[in-house]
Design a protein. Sequence first.
Lengths: 124, 124
Amino acid sequence: MTSSRRLLLEMLFDLSGHASAEDLATAVQSKAPDVNISTIYRNLEELERLGVVVHAHLGHGPATYHLACESHCHLVCEECGTIVDVPENLFQSLNRSATKRFGFVIDPQHFAVLGRCEACQKPE
Amino acid sequence: MTSSRRLLLEMLFDLSGHASAEDLATAVQSKAPDVNISTIYRNLEELERLGVVVHAHLGHGPATYHLACESHCHLVCEECGTIVDVPENLFQSLNRSATKRFGFVIDPQHFAVLGRCEACQKPE
DNA sequence: GTGCTTGCAAACGTTTTGCAGACTC
DNA sequence: GAGTCTGCAAAACGTTTGCAAGCAC
């Protein structure tokens, strides 16, 4: 357990939710300017292996990382990029039918659901 | 309408489903070696603008492109990478609850659902 | 001939890697 | 002192861009 790892964890608490590796690097660097982004990636990987941190793929942009204990899923607007955090139970019935029809167990924290947020509903 | 565009469309028919830009470039280049990958990207973008083609983000890897008329959604195994094509109606109830609870209309063709396929069910 | 399309090369943003030195225990 | 962790530089990957030459119409 090194100082950069400790700092990274602190920042994960602070910036809770939606932090990209870049965000985390900036945050960590505000307290320890010499911490390199590759260290951030390596530590995130390690923390993920330990089950402390999870990441999600949000469509185009970079992956976001958050603490595993702050478990939630993501809706991302493909128009304005807004991220809506939603509880895992929103996916219950999708999971049930995916399992029943395809034997596939979904991991809803690991991907983002793309679509349109309330404000961007197709205005054509 | 140029020859490289025509070829790209042909390849989209041939490789129907799950073709990355790279795959398509390789396929096109087998018939016309000088077509550059940037041309592939530009034509895919244009075809998408015209509504002929759609793309989906599959987690880590590159985006995949397919004809809009072959509409389907994707389950991707985070273990072995297998892609399972599924009909859009699998997402009906997720869409209903996302709309009702968050005013969010989902676009299920645009993202992949990550999880575990039948063969990779957590063996721990 | 006008204007869109192309190839090439170079850049981009995100993530990963190799290596030698520095740190933790 | 052994072994892990770090900074740095460079590469990898998928994708986008600027530009001048080439093509469709």
